[in-house]
Design a protein around this ligand. Structure first.
Ligand SMILES: Nc1ncnc2c1ncn2[C@@H]1O[C@H](COP(=O)(O)OS(=O)(=O)O)[C@@H](OP(=O)(O)O)[C@H]1O
Ligand SMILES: Nc1ncnc2c1ncn2[C@@H]1O[C@H](COP(=O)(O)OP(=O)(O)O)[C@@H](O)[C@H]1O
Length: 200
């Protein structure tokens, strides 16, 4: 820490923003293989929360790897840096009173833990979108698994780059065993308790 950087105490705090929005803010951290269903679930859940009048924002590859993190590759080191930056952005958004839905592979336990440690207890909800590699590969939503198998993409998660599944996720969705509607319902019911304003 640089001793010459002294944070300013702003008059309007996170708790004030929660009162205004009438809900708390936190990070819904979707993790899973490419094609497991992270983006689809984040999108569907956001629509439900939006209908309820919640302030939400999705962080995913479209708005991060084409902007803030466009300098990063898929090496282990760059993936770590990717998640570190996303974690810092998500933390700011939580402070701004927004419910953040983040949809990144985030393959390493240590990096996910790092994001959890950035925010207060109860402000990080780890959602493991669990789907066997064979099913993700069969879905091949973007044709990337085929490219990876042909050797046209290197360091592809599940093929020649590791994925460390969460050991005790807050929520687990088995996206190959349950329908999309059931998955969204399960998620919505599980996060309702997080929405309620606490005694801040
Ligand atoms: N080498 C390699 N490995 C994995 N994924 C790859 C790769 N190259 C490109 N893509 C596409 O990039 C998306 C994953 O980016 P992330 O930022 O979520 O990855 S990570 O969290 O830094 O590991 C991922 O998107 P999703 O399918 O939505 O997960 C892929 O479409
Ligand atoms: N229960 C489920 N939850 C999420 N996605 C599902 C489910 N069942 C089938 N799918 C399908 O799996 C695919 C997941 O793709 P996507 O959301 O882009 O994955 P990711 O963001 O993890 O790469 C979509 O075509 C989606 O319709």
């Amino acid at each position: 820490m640089n001793p010459n950087i002294i944070p300013h105490q702003h008059a309007i705090q996170k708790a004030d923003r929660h009162r205004l929005a009438e809900h708390r803010s936190f990070i819904l951290w979707f993790t899973g293989l490419s094609g497991s269903g992270k983006s689809t679930l984040a999108n569907r859940l956001e629509q439900k929360l939006y209908k309820d009048g919640c302030r939400t924002y999705i962080l995913d590859g479209d708005n991060i790897r084409t902007g803030l993190c466009k300098d990063l590759t898929f090496s282990e080191e760059d993936r770590k840096e990717n998640i570190r930056r996303i974690g810092e952005v998500a933390k700011l958004m939580v402070d701004a009173g927004v419910i953040v839905l983040s949809a990144f592979i985030s393959p390493f336990r240590e990096d996910r833990q790092l994001v959890r440690d950035l925010v207060n207890k109860g402000e990080f909800v780890e959602i493991f979108v669990n789907c066997p590699l064979e099913v993700c590969e069969q879905r091949d939503v973007k044709g990337l698994y085929q490219k990876a198998r042909r050797g046209e993409i290197r360091n592809f998660t599940g093929i020649d780059s590791p994925f460390e599944p969460p050991l005790s996720p807050d929520i687990e969705i088995r996206s190959n065993e349950q329908s999309l509607d059931d998955s969204v319902d399960q998620l919505y019911r599980a996060i309702l308790p997080f929405l309620k304003p606490s005694a801040e």
